[in-house]
Every structure is written in structure tokens, then in C-alpha cells.
Design a protein around this ligand. Sequence first.
Ligand code: MN
Length: 727
Amino acid sequence: MSLSKHADVTIDDVCNAVLAYYPDADVSVLKRAHEFAEKVHGDQKRHSGEPYMVHPRSVAFILTELRLDVASIATAILHDTVEDTHATLEEVEKQFGTTIATLVDGVTKLSKITFKTSEEKQAENFRKMIIAMAKDIRVILVKLADRLHNMRTLEHLLPYKQKAIAQETLDIYAPIANRLGISSVKIELEDLCLRYLHPDIYYKLASKVHKTKREREKYIEEVCAMIQEKLKEYDLHGTVVGRPKHFHSIYKKMERRKIDFEQIHDLIAFRILLDNITECYKALGVIHATYKPVPGRFKDYIAIPKANKYQSLHSTVIGPHGERIEIQIRTNDMHQVAEHGIAAHWKYKEGRFESQDTNAVEWVNRLLEWHKDLSDPNEFLETVKIDLFAEDVYVFTPNGDVMEFPFGSSPLDFAYAVHTDVGNRCMGAKVNGKIVPLKYRLKSGDTVEILTSTTQTPSKDWLKLVKTSKAKAKIRAYIKIQERSRALALGKEMLEKELRLYSYTVQKLLKLPQLEEFLRRKGTKTLDEVLIYVGYGRMQPQTISQAVLPPEVLSTPKPEPKADDSVLKKIFDNAKKRTENKNAVTVENIDNILIRFARCCNPIPGDSIVGFVSRGRGVTVHTVACPKALDTESDRKIDVTWNLQVPIKRHVRIRVLSHDTAGILANMSQAISGCGVNISQANIRTTKDRKAVSMFEVEVANTEELAKVLSALEARKGVINVERVKS
Ligand code: MN
């Protein structure tokens, strides 16, 4: 490893590296490629002053670490010949065959791309890059190795160039390496980017890490031995290694949590490699039994692999000296995939790599989906950037803090991440200064500001908008509390009313020993829990009175319920004002319950209806098809039917579209009153194209009468369309 990073490698080093993992490889082609490249590059020099060939050899060597095939490595050696020398693609093809020539061509095309600062340019070029990759993934792997070596030798360029290349690497290449699962390359690229983009932080971290190197090594050795020992006790034989985390990940953590280096404790990660999955979970058990796990820091990527196929168990535990340490547990196979990603899935067959492996094919297909159906280069770059950053979206708070969310998160997720109260009162958000709806999906780089209102409360629809489990849990908790308290109040009203029949009160009931027995039988501890059942319509208040009231009380004659004698008098009075027809709907098994017609769908006799119990409002009646009814908790649902014995009049609004001709309003009014139907309100407005939209509020007895009115209107001259307004 250190050989490739810090010293020139010879072509023999490259060949030997290939022979180490593929003993039968024909390395003569590599030697020929090297001779060819050396000849055409001539006395070209790199910015460092070194002979140019140092670069292609280093790139080739990096690829041997990913155990790539001979064609890829030959391509690495030849990758700059067509671009930077007089050599032509035809020559390469003649000497090295079609496969290598095609690969070299692919890399050359990528190298010709100069990423401009403007996003558009980047996007277009990036698209070419993806398409090139689509033809052969090896082009991308060579390009990544090329970029890695260029990043390793970036110090020889001017500072402004260093920054530009590092930024591009961080935006484009490191995420690609991540997406392809090649963590060794990704980690090194990210650390190099940090060094050039934030040198102050990089060198501070480097010196701190360096300063404590000796102690740390001793510590790592000690902990590894302890873990090893523990595992042995349980007959687990794995490899345990410890290593400092890479700088970029420390930096990201500092940024994310707004903390200093000193406050970051889990600088070291330990890795346990075992033979199979069962052993991994067993080892996890051993670790958690030995070291106290930090809550919320366990992740099971074995059961649920990352998008890039990464699999491992992660847990942060309190180590032997009370410090946090991160532990990763995985099988040797998973480790191969973790380090080499897609490259680990390329199989050797008869001297060449094949992507027969379904994993590799699936991988490439997913990469290709990125650029489907996108015509706008900016949009493309946006999408690609998001996709590259896997499941995560990073957004800014108005203070410039960065917060991380799962892909697809909405402003509500953000609001709940800030504070539960902010979430509960969230009525909208400003993203990059513009107001967006709650259903907006956060994008990386957005600056999000939450707008709150004291009158806002969470609704069930919100559950469809949020992605984070925190937001979901908080919304559910709010709804549950609301619904429970509504049900409780209604249940209490219903029981009070029932008890009044026996001149009894809830206070008195609470003192009865029979109540305790009743609650015990129902498996609850408090009357409130039973009342919630009553409120949800799952239990009749009579069930309670019959079971709990003493026989002498029950035998007292039931006084006839008088409307104005009810506990609910006030509510009933209100109800009278709101609806003059409390008996027009019969609620299953319950008499004298308050009925309210939902304003959203405004049911009239003849409509199919459904009821929902709600606090202080008795039962709300919706039409069966009302979207709001479909959304309401089925727990609160209750069967209701029209009581056709009770004649009522319901107000219904009708919208009529007509031509704007003289006397049209009078004409339509006649049509309505001709059916014997009273009009309680009418208004009309005209449109630019000489049409009129009229709105009538009429009083009808049922759907039949309404239908008559609608067809009478439709029959009038000049009328284009008639409809019942549902809300
Ligand atoms: Mn190059």
C-alpha cells in the first residue's frame, strides 16, 4: 500500500501484484503496454518534475489493489497516450486489441472533459461520463484510480487549481467511489479533498492525531487484545483490527454536531471480521455484554444493506476506559465488498473478468437510471448529486448549521428535528427564501426556515409527508392523545347521561366497590380507559351502569328522558342551532346522541353516510365517499342510517355554468322554485369569455328532490353544466 502512495512503482511491481491474485495472468501485455507508453510519452514530465510514466504506473498499481483484470490495468498504463501524445487510437487497437482500445478511448473521452465552474457544464460532461461508464464500468474504475493518483500528487499544482480539482473530486468522484462501494478509494479521496479545501482543519486534525499516535497505537493494541480474548471465551475466532477514523469523517462529524476535535471521542473504530453471519451476531452479543452500548448507535447493515451493498453491524460502545469506541462487525466476504465494492463482484473466468454476477449488473443498472428522462442539465446534476449521496440529504438551518435527513424528507421532518413544538406548529417553510408547501422534498444544499403558527396542529395527512421516524412518532403521539382525549370526553358525557336516568353521578359511581371489580374484569385500571372505549363506540354506557350500579338503584323506575333535563342540555341547545334535525340520523345502538353533518361533504338524506364519534360534538356524519371520512381513524367509525320518518330540510349548494345572457339568473331561479324548492342564497359572477358561474343555496329534503332541481336547471336554455357543490 505505502509503495503505491509514496514511491514510484516499477512495471515489475505491477505485474507481480497481478500475478499475486491471478497466477495465470498473461502479464506480457502489461509489459508491452508499458514499453509503448514509455516510448510515446518520451521525456514528458509531470508537474512534480518526475518522469511522466510514474503516473500511469501508479494508476495501474492502484487498480491491482482492487484486483482488476489485465485489460483494465493495461488501460491504466495507456490511459494518457492518446490524449497527451501523438499516439492514435488505431495504433493502440492494432497493438492491444479492441477491448483495451475501447477502454482507452473511454478514459480519453473522460479526460478531455474540463469541468467548468458552472454547473451546467459539469452536468453535461458528467452525463457523458455516465454514458461512457454505461458501456463499460472499467472505464470508471480506471478514471477513479487516475483521479486518486492525481489527488495524491496535487501539491505540485497552483493553489487555485488544487481547490478546483479537490472540489470536483468531492462533488463527483468520491461519491461515485462511494456509490460503487469502493470505500478504500472513497476514504482516501475525501481525506485528500479535505487537505486542499480546508487545509487548516486538515493539518490541525493531522497534528492532533499524530501527537497521540504512540498512545493510540498502544491503546488499539490493548483493546484489540481484550476483544480477541472475550471472543475466544465464546469460541469465536475472528480478526480484530483498530484504526483511526479518516479525517473527512471526523470533520463531517465536527461540522454536523458543531463540536471541536477535543469533544470527539470515538476517533478509533474497531473492526471484527468473522466467517459467517451467525458469528457476527454472536460477536455483537459478546461485545454488548462486555461493553455498554451507546443507545441509538446500533445499526444493522447486514439485515438492511446500504444502497452500495455495504453490509456490516455497527455499534458504539463505552470502551474499557470509559471512552466511546465504534465497533464494526462483518464477515470476510462482506469486508471484501466493503473495501472493493463493485470490483469485488467481478469474476475471473478464463483469463478475463465477467460481470455475470447479478449484483454487479444490478449495480450498473441503478447507476444508469440516474440520467433517465432528464433533459435539463441542471436538473440532471441535481439528481445525480442527490443520488450519489446515497440515502442522505444535507440541508442548512438559517444559522448555517448542517442537518442530515433521509432522501425524500419534507420540511416537516426538518421542523420535528428542530423541536417537537416547532413540528407540531409547522404551517409551512421557506426554502432558499421561497415559501414551499409542506409536501416539498428537501434537497441537498437547501436552506430551510420553518414557519409556525400557534393555531396549527398536526394532522394525519402529515404522516404521508414525513420520512424520519422521529417526525412520524411525534405526529402519531399527538393524534393519539387528541383522539383519546376526544373519546374520553364523549365517553364521559355518555356515561353521565346514562347515570342521570338513575339519579346517579360519576363521582358516586367511582366510590362503588363493584366498579373496581368491573374494571378488573375488563382488564383496565381506571374508569377513564373504559370511557375511552365508550367514546369510540366500542362499549355501551349501559354496560357500565348495569354491571356496576347497586340493584336497588337499578330497580328505581327510569324517568323519561327530558330534553331540557339532560346533562347535555347546553350541547343539545347548540346542536339545535347548528342542525335542526338531530333525529334525522339514527346512530347504531345509541339514542339521543348529538348529530352533526360534516361541512366537507354536506350529506343530505339519500346519500350513503358514515358516522365518526368526536368529542363534544357527538357523532359527525359524512358521506361514505368523502375523502375526509376515508382518512379518519376507523376506530372512531360508527354505523349511522337516515331516519326517514323525520323530515328535514338540508341546505345544499349548486354551481351552474351558463352563457352570460340577459335574464339567465331569473330563468334559473324559476327552474328551482318550479320544483317547489326554496332558494336561500344566490350569487352570480361572469367570466371573461362571456360565461356566468352561478351559485345557489337551496333547501332540499333529499337526494331525489335535489336531482329534480339539477335536471330542471340543466334543461334551461343557456345552461352548460350543473353540479352539486360538496364543500
Ligand atoms: Mn491520468
